[in-house]
Each structure stands twice: as C-alpha cells, then as structure tokens.
Design a protein around this ligand. Structure first.
Ligand SMILES: Nc1nc2c(ncn2[C@@H]2O[C@H](COP(=O)(O)OP(=O)(O)OP(=O)(O)O)[C@@H](O)[C@H]2O)c(=O)[nH]1
Length: 326
C-alpha cells in the first residue's frame, strides 16, 4: 500500500493523529497492512485476536457481515501491523457472494501481505484450492499458516505442511496455534518484515477502530447463530438501528444505561421461527447472551431490544443488500 504524502498525513480521513505528527519513530520502523483469508472456520478471527493480543474481533461465525474493516493493530517497538479482516473467500453462488468476492479481491490487492489460513485438523479441500488459485492471481506476498496446529500430532502437522507447500507458491509456511499462543510471535515477525518502511499508521495503544455498531451487530449475530449454524448458514443479517443513552438522575453513580435496538434479518418465515424459538424462548437466550457481550464491550448497562424480520431473498436483492450495509 503506497504511503500518503505529507499533505495527506495532515488532513483527510487518513490523517495521522495530531499527537503523532512531529514525533520521532525509529528510522527502520515498518508499518503496513495484512489481511487474513481462509475458508469459514479456518481460525482467522482467533488468529487475529492472538496477533493483536486482546479480544477485539468476535470469534466464530458471521464472515458475511465483515468486509473492509480494520480488525486490530499490532504494535511493536519497530513496527506496526494493521490487520484487515476479510470475509471468507468462497465460490460465489449468490449476488452477495459475488460482491463479497470482489471486495476480497480489492483487499488482497491493497494489502502488503496476505495470511492464508489452512486448519491443520482438516484436509486441504476444494475450498482451499479455490482460494489458493485466487491468491496466485495477484502479486501480494502470501504467508501460508497451518492454523490449529495444537489439534494434530507432529507427524500429521508435517504432512499438512507438505500439502500446503504443494498447493502453491508461498513466501513462507508457518504452523501456529492461536489458542495456545504458539508461534504467534514468529508469525508476527515474518509479517512485520514484509511491511514497508513507514511511520506508524496508528497511535500506539489503539487496538481497533471498528465502529461499535459493527461489534454490537457481530455479538448479536454470533448469539443468534449459536447452535443453529447449519440451519441458518448465511441467511442472517443484523442491523443496529439505534443506540441511545437514557437520561440519568443527578448523582447516579451507576454505569450508563443504553437502549440498543437491533433488527435480525432472515430470509424465510421458517428461519424466523428458528431464531425466535418456541414461545420466544430462544430469542430471549440470544438476547441475554448478546447483551452480556455488549455490556462488556461498552462498559454500560444495556437494554437490548431485538426484532426478527423476514427480508425475502435478501442475498439476491441489491436494494436490500445496500440497506443491510453490504
Ligand atoms: N484448538 C484450536 N482451535 C482453534 C484455534 N484457532 C481457532 N480455533 C477454533 O476454531 C473455530 C473457528 O475459529 P474462528 O477463529 O472463528 O475461525 P474463522 O476463520 O474466523 O471463521 P469464520 O468467521 O467462519 O470465517 C473456533 O471454534 C475456534 O475456537 C487453535 O489454534 N487451536
């Protein structure tokens, strides 16, 4: 990614934080962008969290809601790595899939390095080969990572690494266990080495600039998919309609109370029934689970108002896609 001019650094949406301007950084400082790709469940979110060193992305599920979003910033003394999480590449079957793949391609071309996640506990399959073909069609260097290395024996891991090697041309191949934190530093160093010389892109200490609403939507989506992922694979979108703070009595020392209104969109009535459950029981659980996450995220008390709506064939309707933020 090309580095902005001085004028651009001082103004515009990519402006450096004012307190950074005029500050010194080491001459050999490197900073740039990386994105993680891999089929669903490959361990991308978990690895993002391990790299950043703090839970910022929400693990599991919902690649369909995240696009060109900064997921976290890895700060080191001599470099900075901005992680852009991309949706899982997959064969386009719907308009949504097609659009996401276009976005993915855009992201791949713009970042400085790509991390290709291939879970060690699963055989390399057609999905991985599809992604590998995409990756070889562009020039950004790719580091192939055997994720979930802790889940297999050494011999199986070695075989997996050989399979990865046979799959394409990779700048590096590294086994990593994000859950155990094994080899995460090795991967960080390899990634930083691929970054261009550059001043820091973010003030230190900043882990993510992801808008809170996206995080709220992901927490609700994660909760809504829990246990019914097979029945509702990609047919679920979440829109945060409104977040408002309730007025407080003077002297009230308790954390603020927020009203959070969220719509869950599904494609069919049958799916709506699944999300809501018998007598609304499941939706109440979804609400409770999501609310705990949102309260932890925002440091506030939350009243969560969830609505389930049917948006027929939303994956194929460009207007609806736009409304849902795609
Ligand atoms: N044992 C083990 N499990 C892992 C590791 N990394 C991820 N997992 C598990 O694998 C599952 C999927 O991980 P995610 O990080 O959500 O995968 P993802 O690629 O972001 O998934 P999508 O969002 O569906 O694309 C979760 O249940 C994780 O806990 C690892 O290093 N070791």
């Amino acid at each position: 990614m090309s580095f902005p001019s001085d004028d651009e650094l001082m103004a515009g949406p990519n402006a450096l934080e004012p307190h950074l301007i005029g500050h010194d950084w080491p001459e050999d400082f490197r900073a740039g962008f990386a994105c993680l790709v891999g089929r669903p469940n490959a361990g991308k979110s978990t690895l993002t969290n391990a790299l950043v060193g703090q839970k910022v992305a929400i693990t599991s599920g919902r690649p369909q809601t995240t696009r060109h979003t900064v997921r976290g910033v890895v700060h080191r003394e001599h470099g900075q790595l901005v992680l852009v999480d991309t949706p899982g590449l997959h064969r386009p079957r719907t308009l949504l899939g097609q659009r996401l793949n276009d976005l993915v391609r855009e992201t791949l071309a713009e970042v400085d390095v790509i991390v290709f996640c291939l879970p060690a506990d699963e055989k390399i399959g057609p999905g991985d080969r599809f992604i590998a073909r995409e990756l070889t069609q562009q020039r950004t260097p790719v580091i192939a990572v055997a994720t979930k290395a802790d889940k297999v024996s050494r011999a199986d891991l070695a075989a997996h690494l050989l399979d990865i090697q046979a799959l394409g041309e990779w700048a590096e191949i590294v086994p990593v266990s994000a859950v155990r934190g094994e080899q995460v530093d090795v991967l960080t160093d390899l990634l930083l080495a691929r970054m261009p010389l550059s001043p820091p892109l973010y003030p230190s200490g900043e882990l993510t600039d992801e808008p809170e609403n996206v995080m709220i939507a992901e927490l609700v989506r994660e909760a809504a998919l829990e246990g019914v992922r097979d029945e509702l694979p990609h047919s679920l979108a979440v829109v945060v309609e409104e977040v408002t703070e309730r007025p407080r009595e003077k002297g009230d020392q308790r954390p603020p109370l927020l009203d959070v209104r969220v719509d869950i969109y599904v494609e069919r009535d049958s799916q709506k029934a699944i999300v809501i459950g018998r007598g609304g029981s499941r939706l109440r659980e979804v609400g409770t689970r999501a609310r705990h996450g949102i309260e932890a995220l925002l440091g506030a008390r939350v009243y969560l108002d969830l609505h389930v709506r049917v948006a027929k064939d939303w994956q194929r309707d460009p207007k609806l896609l736009q409304r849902l933020g795609f």
